[in-house]
Design a protein around this ligand. Sequence first.
Ligand code: NAP
Length: 252
Amino acid sequence: MGKIMMNKAIIITGANGNIGSFFAKRYFKKDDKLILCIHENSDRIANILDNENVRIIKTNLVDLSNFQTQLNEILTETNWHLDRMIHTTTIRSHDFKPLAETDAKLWENIIRVNVMGTFNILKTLIPVFRKNGAGKIVLFGSNVTRIGLPFGSAYSASKAALANITRTVAAEEAQNNIIVNIISPGPVKIDDSHFSESYRKFREEYYRKNLREIPLQRCASFEDLFGLCNFLLSAENSYITGEEFFVTGGKV
Ligand SMILES: NC(=O)c1ccc[n+]([C@@H]2O[C@H](COP(=O)([O-])OP(=O)(O)OC[C@H]3O[C@@H](n4cnc5c(N)ncnc54)[C@H](OP(=O)(O)O)[C@@H]3O)[C@@H](O)[C@H]2O)c1
């Protein structure tokens, strides 16, 4: 096996999140080299951290230079060939208020983490992929990009921004063999124990209502999302770019 083939690495943001941690463990099993970006917590991926194929970046993605420094140190130390990226980091409109009643600072912070965080990770990774001659990127949006989210205007605005960043960057970077797509799921059953009780209740009600409208009558599973994401990042995908994939069990 060639040196590049053996050293192929994937970077996953929000790697301790519900979806990110599931993906991290699946790629770990596939013997990929992993760069896992975490924020404050690492409990969900604790059992894969201490391994020669895993490196950790612990940072707030809003801090561009800190992220860049840590990534460069890892790439220099390992000589890994980074060729795929999955970006799942997010924060939500956990105040669940109409826009007119939402606190401006909270609104701004959601945009900062979700949109500027995405800018920061793309700004850092695209030059690495260009240098390596190719790269594949999957961002995570949400079905709210097409249906909106009452009581979640900052979150839905940020996800719509990501969908349009996907279309734009895909066109900009096609000439550099960089493929960019976005997966926009409907409700996914997640561990929500870290949310406040009132926000959990709001989400339960939202899910109950949504479930009635989903033709396939269930939420998306982590496996559903992994299958699509893994395909988009694989060698089999050389022509699909700039697309938003709705994983919603048939619900528009
Ligand atoms: N779950 C769903 O129902 C659903 C539906 C549609 C779309 N999605 C999308 O799918 C993606 C993954 O969702 P999820 O449910 O797995 O999310 P999640 O469990 O809430 O995970 C989000 C992760 O982002 C990290 N994070 C938050 N702020 C950060 C910051 N400033 N810098 C770096 N990392 C930060 C969190 O780390 P800490 O915990 O350490 O702060 C957490 O690990 C998201 O983009 C979401 O919008 C999810």
